[in-house]
Design a protein around this ligand. Structure first.
Ligand SMILES: Cc1cc2nc3c(=O)[nH]c(=O)nc-3n(C[C@H](O)[C@H](O)[C@H](O)COP(=O)(O)OP(=O)(O)OC[C@H]3O[C@@H](n4cnc5c(N)ncnc54)[C@H](O)[C@@H]3O)c2cc1C
Length: 263
């Protein structure tokens, strides 16, 4: 468990940004990851009074505040309307409901763990990350960046008609994934990401006017499998991950093209 000397509930983002410039101060999300460490923190910066706990829909995007929990996303009718069970499939194995009621999207996006189901699910949707310093950057680019002291304010998911499917493989139900993958299709392009390799996920794209042409699409998956770098850790070998890559991509594809009611 970490120790903190002070706690400040920021009254605006500027105050939070100023406080976060000091390396020994830390922004507090759900605290689920932080409590696993033993850091000595000077000041904990709480964002919970900044109204960042909402999911809002505009004409062209869904905006998710940094303090929205993983469970809020899983159960949101707005998210369900556009993405069906996609986020439920991606988040359901993350520890348990009580945990997901605390863990925030801001803390998860900032942490951008290699094994992250959150990052792998977001990068194929053309998601953007809005930072308190004023910058908005694609989730894919953000996920490859080094850690800095900026603050995640919102994430923006475009409503461009993408349908998506998610698959992961774990040694036990709620362990972190051995491999995860996501697919999204907007009618013109197929977007695929493979994460927990154990490195962070990357997006590969294919022009595709007919998503039912499985022969072409399986060739694309084989190319991803051949060109993707996999690693070995205590959970699995790189050879096993490489084998799983094709299996999970094909399972996700089956889900993606499955007509309503068939699943
Ligand atoms: C036991 C365990 C198992 C897990 N299993 C999985 C899994 O299977 N799949 C998966 O995808 N994830 C998994 N996770 C990660 C989890 O889903 C969350 O991503 C993680 O807990 C971070 O969210 P949080 O809100 O708790 O962040 P916190 O613990 O509060 O913060 C994490 C870091 O982010 C910083 N931070 C928080 N909010 C912001 C912000 N708005 N802007 C900038 N920095 C910020 C904090 O200062 C800290 O450095 C697991 C975590 C744990 C502890």
């Amino acid at each position: 468990m970490f120790k903190a000397q002070n706690y400040i509930k920021a009254s605006d983002l500027q105050e939070a940004l100023e406080l976060n410039k000091k390396r020994t101060n830390k922004v507090l999300g759900g605290g689920c990851w932080m409590k696993m460490g033993k850091k000595n923190i000077n000041t904990l910066i709480d964002l919970s009074s900044l109204g960042l706990d909402k999911i809002t829909e505009t004409d062209d995007e869904i905006i998710i505040g940094a303090m929205v929990t993983l469970r809020d996303i899983e159960t949101s009718p707005v998210i369900e309307k556009y993405f069906g069970n996609y986020f439920k499939d991606a988040f359901t194995h993350i520890v348990g409901v009580q945990f997901r009621n605390c863990a925030t999207i801001g803390g998860s996006v900032f942490s951008r763990f290699g094994f992250s189901d959150i990052v792998t699910s977001l990068i194929v949707l053309g998601t953007e990350v809005e930072l308190a310093g004023g910058e908005t950057v694609s989730m894919e680019e953000y996920s490859q960046r080094d850690y800095d002291n900026d603050i995640v304010v919102n994430i923006h998911i475009k409503k461009d008609g993408r349908k998506a499917a998610y698959e992961s493989f774990r040694n036990t139900q709620t362990d972190i994934p051995v491999l995860n993958c996501s697919l999204a299709y907007d009618g013109k392009k197929l977007y695929a990401a493979v994460g927990a390799r154990p490195m962070r996920g990357k997006v590969s794209t294919m022009d595709c006017s007919d998503v039912e042409n499985s022969e072409e699409i399986f060739k694309f998956f084989e190319k991803i499998q051949a060109e993707t770098e996999f690693g070995t850790n205590t959970r699995a070998s790189k050879e096993y991950r490489k084998h799983l890559c094709l299996v999970l991509l094909k399972r996700a594809y089956k889900k993606l093209v499955c007509k309503e009611g068939e699943q």
